[in-house]
Design a protein around this ligand. Structure first.
Ligand SMILES: C[S@@+](CC[C@H](N)C(=O)[O-])C[C@H]1O[C@@H](n2cnc3c(N)ncnc32)[C@H](O)[C@@H]1O
Length: 213
């Protein structure tokens, strides 16, 4: 019980009381959706309000005033659902989490199953919706599971079909344990020009990469 209150106090310090209350309410909705759709438990507690990196990601994307944003690994759509853009696409490996996300996102957001490592399905969906250019491709809070050669390969394949103007991804900080890959800024430079970095939270740095001439 003592540990519970200690952690609650720490979290209140980190995100503030208002966000703690919003995170609790959002967690309850996610819990109810999970009873129906049985998606990964991470999504229940990892809400927009409890994870400060999420608002920063949304700000970084919106600052670019994009017309088309594509998020791969979208989960419940916490990020894509808050982006101001005419066209928004959320792809995920897990069809169950997408069914739940459908309840939370506007109908205008396209949600579809898709695997980053085998992007043909993602490309087909984008073509089906006449996407000619991706203004921002978002790969956040799972890309640390994928080796960089695979990341480069998949991005090149998507880019050949629908040119990508910028990529927002996270790099795991040195010293953060339990992550398969950290993805340094040196590696990220092979994808384009780093135009912005921002501290996401204690484990991640958010990196905006611009591509093109
Ligand atoms: C921790 S959640 C993060 C969700 C969202 N990006 C956010 O930050 O709120 C990671 C999501 O990525 C998805 N995912 C993992 N590997 C993937 C892949 N290779 N292709 C597409 N989605 C993937 C998982 O199914 C999960 O829903």
């Amino acid at each position: 019980m003592g540990t519970y209150f200690y952690r609650l106090r720490q979290k209140t310090r980190e995100i503030g009381l208002a966000n703690l209350i919003r995170a609790g309410a959002s967690g309850l909705v996610n819990r109810a959706l999970r009873l129906i759709y049985r998606f990964d438990p991470w999504h229940v507690s990892g809400t927009y309000f409890s994870r400060p990196y999420k608002a920063k990601v949304v700000d970084m994307i919106n600052a670019r005033k994009p017309d088309c944003v594509v998020e791969i690994g979208t989960g419940l759509g916490d990020l894509i659902g808050r982006v101001s853009s005419a066209k928004t696409f959320g792809f995920d490996l897990d069809p169950a989490v997408l069914k739940a996300a459908r309840w939370l996102l506007p109908r205008t957001s396209v949600l579809a199953p898709g695997n980053f490592q085998e992007p043909d399905g993602i490309i087909a969906t984008l073509k089906q919706h006449n996407v000619r250019q991706i203004d921002c491709l978002v790969l956040v809070n799972w890309i640390h599971m994928i080796d960089f050669d695979t990341i480069e390969r998949s991005i090149e394949r998507i880019d050949r079909a629908c040119p990508i103007r910028s990529i927002l991804m996270d790099s795991i900080k040195a010293g953060a344990d339990g992550y398969r890959f950290h993805h340094s800024e040196i590696e990220m430079k092979t994808l384009g020009r780093i135009v912005q970095t921002r501290d996401g939270d204690e484990t991640r740095t958010l990196v905006m990469i611009e591509r093109g001439p």
